[in-house]
Design a binder for this molecule. Structure first.
Ligand SMILES: Nc1ncnc2c1ncn2[C@@H]1O[C@H](COP(=O)(O)OP(=O)(O)OP(=O)(O)O)[C@@H](O)[C@H]1O
Ligand SMILES: [Mg+2]
Length: 248
């Protein structure tokens, strides 16, 4: 069994609207995949559904993770299995610091509370990889963070939690040069030190260049309409979606 994630005929609704209309997606262990598609295609919906967000109702098909059916599982359980989703718009959480947030998330994942001393040591190491000032660890999660700083906090989670499957939902706009570098560097480090599987939603040329993706999937109107190798992502960027979207 070399597939880590497999969705089979996945149909998903929210508020009685059908958003995904039969999505078959397979990610092999250790592979890097890119998910592209026009605005409103359902990319974030797919990411949230795999993560188990209760907002999205699976009305048909199933989700397999490492061969096990997780379609009905809670987001908590999925996180424990090692599924991670970074949101397109990270939420601000007043009253909990970045450091506490990560310590809690690690406890949830492993069932054990890591010693504060050890946690701080690991956190400082991960922050230095991202060139992040240590003072951010003591700030409330994402509160008052700039776009680039939120990005760093998100990639820090990736490096600390070491998920088996990382789904990164990147914003199309608003990523400055620094943020793009952080994402690229974080992904490189994640691949190197964790060797996990990555599904990244992005249209950013610079990120795509660094990724060296195995596969590209194009989602349109709730369906995957085209699949190809890593080069397809660049072709789409150069030519636009129109050419690659055959209505089914
Ligand atoms: N909770 C919800 N309730 C109702 N409709 C929703 C909900 N979430 C998303 N949608 C709708 O589903 C469609 C797909 O949205 P989604 O956010 O998945 O698109 P996307 O491909 O991520 O787009 P973008 O590139 O703009 O991020 C959109 O028409 C959106 O309005
Ligand atoms: Mg989206």
């Amino acid at each position: 069994m070399s597939d880590l994630l497999k969705t089979e005929g996945l149909t998903v609704s929210a508020e009685d609207k059908e958003l995904l209309r039969g999505v078959d997606l397979t990610l092999g262990k250790g592979e890097t995949h890119v998910l592209m598609g026009p605005n409103g295609a359902g990319k974030s919906t797919l990411g949230c559904t795999v993560m188990g967000s209760p907002e999205y109702k699976v009305t048909g098909g199933r989700i397999l993770f490492d061969g096990e059916d997780i379609t009905e599982e809670s987001a908590d359980k999925r996180a424990k299995r090692g599924i991670f989703l970074s949101f397109q718009d990270p939420v601000e959480i007043p009253g909990i610091t970045l450091s506490e947030f990560l310590r809690n998330a690690l406890e949830q994942q492993t069932g054990q509370r890591i010693k504060l001393f050890e946690h701080k040591k690991n956190l400082a190491a991960a922050m230095s990889v991202l060139g992040m000032d240590e003072s951010y660890a003591g700030r409330d999660l994402n509160v008052g963070f700039s776009g680039g700083e939120k990005k760093k906090a998100e990639i820090l989670q990736l490096l600390m939690l070491k998920p088996r499957l990382a789904i990164l939902d990147e914003t199309d706009s608003g990523l400055d040069v620094d943020a793009v570098k952080v994402v690229s560097k974080g992904i490189e480090e994640y691949k190197k030190s964790v060797g996990g599987t990555l599904l990244i939603i992005t249209h950013n040329a610079k990120i795509l260049e660094e990724l060296n993706a195995d596969k590209t999937h194009i989602l349109s109107n709730g369906r995957i309409v085209r699949e190809g190798d890593g080069q397809l992502a660049f072709d789409v960027l150069a030519d636009g979606f129109e050419k690659y979207i055959e209505e089914v």
